[in-house]
Design a protein around this ligand. Structure first.
Ligand code: DX5
Ligand code: ZN
Length: 228
């Protein structure tokens, strides 16, 4: 079973002070920083691009987990890798087997990890099964992409469980990342179903003490692990 990893999503912080957002992640002992890139086409918001990732890279050494919610990832993958992303996640909804393979070549040629995300209503497409071993992180979204601060969609839980079982049955070490509405109160729901990377936007940055919120999420998750 892979270790629990906490991935604060800086989208939930003051976008005028992202330097502080990454500092908080460091101070709280986060394992990676989750960077949400949204283009206004794939999802109804516009966030930031490779320039921002690069600027934050100079200020932070944590693993950068860049979540591309964009329609045309082929056009930008290299730029986000060069900017300093360590894990680059693409959405299954905008790929097929051929484009996945092209992107995988690009990501692995830079020695980086590739993630694959699905929206709440999307099942893993058939072309994924023969490529599972190329994916370091499967991202199960539990809110519609676009905004931080939404409530976790619990109807996604059976899919999360199914994906975790698929990974386990194949003997793979794929991380299962849960993204959307993760809060201390629902950590048990996702960890008991195999989620090990917990993205938290509002669950960290909207709290009075965001640094402590990171440890609290970790404690809750570890406690579920011990009791199972
Ligand atoms: C949604 C993003 C999420 C989001 C998480 O489009 O992919 O990463 O910022 O924020 P919370 O945890 O507040 O749902
Ligand atoms: Zn995200």
């Amino acid at each position: 079973m892979n270790d629990i990893r906490i991935a604060p999503s800086i989208l939930a912080w003051d976008l005028g002070d992202l330097e502080r957002a990454v500092e908080i992640s460091v101070e709280g002992g986060a394992d990676q920083v989750h960077l949400d890139v949204i283009d206004g086409h794939f999802a109804p918001n516009i966030t930031f691009g490779p320039g921002t990732v690069k600027a934050l890279r100079r200020r932070c050494e944590l693993k950068f987990d860049t979540h591309l919610m964009i329609d045309n990832p082929q056009q930008y993958a290299e730029k986000f890798l060069e900017a300093g992303s360590d894990l680059l996640t693409f959405h299954a909804e905008v790929l097929d087997g051929v484009s996945f393979d092209d992107l995988h070549r690009i990501v692995s040629s830079k020695g980086k990890e590739m993630g694959l995300a699905v929206k709440p209503g999307t099942e893993l497409p058939p072309w994924v099964s023969e490529r599972l071993d190329k994916i370091s992180t499967l991202v199960v979204m539990t809110v519609s992409p676009g905004f931080s601060g939404q409530t976790m969609d619990m109807t996604v839980m059976p899919k999360l469980q199914k994906i975790s079982k698929l990974v386990e049955d194949q003997g793979l070490k794929t991380d299962i990342e849960v993204d959307g509405g993760v809060e201390p109160e629902n950590v048990h729901e996702v960890v008991k179903r195999g989620g090990n990377v917990l993205v938290a936007g509002a669950g960290v940055y909207a709290k009075k003490d965001p640094v402590a919120a990171i440890s609290l999420l970790r404690e809750k998750a570890e406690r579920v692990r011990r009791s199972h």
